[in-house]
Design a protein around this ligand. Structure first.
Ligand code: H2B
Length: 94
């Protein structure tokens, strides 16, 4: 898996405005209602990550879940990251 080209990266960021680019990773903080909803959301994120065999770093703070995606094996941001990020967005708005 190779580094996402700048045009595809910018296209992703424009379409998914809540995601922030930080070097070779992207992150988003999802705001939930309370801790229970955060944990339920994290479970959905974890299941999607397992299916994709691609895993985010996850930080849980009561009603906020921050996920960070980067492709470690490539040392870069790849389509695996943006594809999974888009899936997390759909899980969140469901
Ligand atoms: N997750 C992330 N974020 N980056 C990776 O490079 C990665 C992963 N590699 N999950 C996967 C697992 C790899 O270790 C397994 C063996 O497919």
């Amino acid at each position: 898996m190779s580094r996402l080209d700048a045009a595809s990266r910018d296209e992703f960021l424009a379409a998914h405005g809540d995601w922030k680019l930080d070097g070779e990773s992207i992150s988003r903080t999802f705001v939930l209602r309370d801790f229970k909803d955060s944990m339920a959301f994290v479970t959905q994120v974890a299941l999607a990550a397992e299916v994709a065999d691609h895993h985010p770093d996850i930080d849980i703070r009561w009603n906020k879940v921050t996920v960070v995606l980067s492709t470690h094996s490539a040392g870069a941001l790849t389509a695996k990251d943006t594809d999974l990020a888009a899936e997390f967005d759909s899980l969140y708005s469901r």
